[in-house]
Ligand binder design. Structure first.
Ligand SMILES: [Zn+2]
Length: 71
């Protein structure tokens, strides 16, 4: 599942896309950690999942912006 998350770092505040996967012993990623792809700051999340973050592409920023305008 992919969600858009906003960085909690006050000097960053950029949005990025987070993909959540169920944590599995074979995975080397640390569960419950979301790492901002822009500033590498770590925020915590559910430890039952691992999270992979990707920067948003320009058009995805646009979609997010449009959805907010409609809502
Ligand atoms: Zn950041």
């Amino acid at each position: 599942m992919k969600t858009v998350k906003k960085c909690q770092n006050r000097s960053c505040r950029r949005q990025f896309l987070v993909s959540a996967y169920e944590a599995h012993p074979a995975l080397t990623c640390v569960p419950g950690q979301v790492i901002c792809p822009h500033c590498k700051s770590v925020s915590t999340a559910s430890r039952t999942h691992i999270y992979l973050a990707d920067p948003l592409r320009a058009e995805e920023y646009e979609i997010d912006f449009l959805e907010k305008k409609v809502a």
